[in-house]
Design a protein around this ligand. Structure first.
Ligand code: AFP
Length: 321
């Protein structure tokens, strides 16, 4: 049986990067178990606290964040950590080579209704910048690895180190991730889109026009009928798209006009963009390729359009016209 360590070694990853990834996976197994225990583990519901995003923290947000942070801080190879649940960058080991960003539990508003959530992670090299916060501000094209663990009916790891995308299912009988798809490819075309339609009146005109044309179906300019999905967990939407194609959008909207979108660049947009591009899809903002965005702050937000190549190109054309 191919282990994740074998696969990463075959992809040319050095032992230090494999150590970091294995620590993330170790924490993910603990998170998976606690989610499966659900109410029995006494971890459902919210805390009394808010994170830097101004969002109420679920108990499992905090638990998952601490599991990942504690695991990574024990690695001699981790230089720093940035998490959705941490206000500032967390120092690791001064001599470490890698910077790790993560969303410990994406989609956590799904926890209490027993719907899929996930851990999203991204790994870059330190630039040697003595200011740790500044060190993280690298374009997504600098990532050396990225992935997520989707905690659904099964727990599935999806990962890339720049040599394509592979999927691994957690076998709880042996406590290991087992290879279940060695080369993930996103279909270039799709008939499925994902967006939170309740925000329709707040979108910019190009998005209103594009989605209206999706809804117009066979009689509209796109000339085919579309289906819609919305799981309210980016990690589940991306997994569906990696599995059968589609387009996922979280655009800017006028509810909070000073924010470019809801999703965060460093631990949602960039890792998902790396995965989607490596699987033959596209990922962009309303202006540029996601992996080209030059970050200005760790928790910055971006509008996100990602998925099947033909459909993302079509959506981008509405912004260019
Ligand atoms: P939570 O982690 O607060 O549940 O937000 C999840 C998320 O960041 C992303 O995973 C979803 O795609 C998106 O927000 C859902 O946003 P809406 O609740 O506005 O639909």
């Amino acid at each position: 049986m191919t282990t994740i360590k074998d696969a990463l070694t075959q992809q040319g990853c050095d032992a230090s990067l494999i150590d970091v990834i294995q620590r993330i996976l170790s924490a993910s197994k603990d998170i998976s178990f606690r989610l499966q225990q659900g109410a029995l583990a006494g971890v459902l519901g919210s805390t009394e606290d808010e994170n830097v995003q101004g969002e109420t923290q679920k108990k499992l947000d905090v638990i998952s964040n601490d599991l990942l942070k504690d695991a990574l801080k024990q690695s001699p190879y981790v230089h720093g950590i940035a998490s959705e649940e941490e206000d500032f960058a967390v120092p690791g080991n001064d001599g470490g080579q890698y910077l790790v960003t993560y969303d410990p539990l994406d989609g956590s508003s799904n926890i209490d209704i027993n719907v899929s959530v996930g851990t999203i992670f991204s790994i870059m090299n330190t630039t040697g910048n003595s200011d740790l916060g500044e060190d993280f501000l690298q374009a997504g094209s600098n990532q050396v690895a990225a992935g997520y663990v989707l905690y659904g009916p099964s727990s599935i790891l999806v990962i890339t180190t720049g040599q394509g995308v592979s999927m691994w299912t957690l076998d709880h009988t042996i406590g290991e991730y087992v290879l279940t798809n060695a080369k993930v490819q996103i279909p270039e075309q799709t008939k499925e889109f994902a967006i939170n339609m309740s925000n329709q009146r707040f979108w910019a005109e190009p998005v209103q026009n594009y989605v209206a044309d999706l809804l117009a179906g066979e009689e509209g300019p796109i000339g085919k009928r579309f289906n819609m999905r919305w799981v309210a967990a980016m990690v589940a939407e991306v997994h569906r798209i990696l599995t059968r194609g589609g387009i996922f959008m979280y655009p800017w909207d006028s509810r909070e006009p000073n924010k470019p979108g809801k999703l965060r660049l460093m631990y949602e947009g960039n890792p998902m963009a790396f995965l989607v591009e490596q699987a033959g899809g596209l990922c962009c903002t309303d202006k540029e390729r996601m992996l080209d965005v030059q970050p200005t702050e760790i928790h910055q937000r971006v509008p996100v359009f990602l998925g099947s190549k033909e459909e993302v190109e079509r959506a981008a054309s509405y912004h260019n016209s």
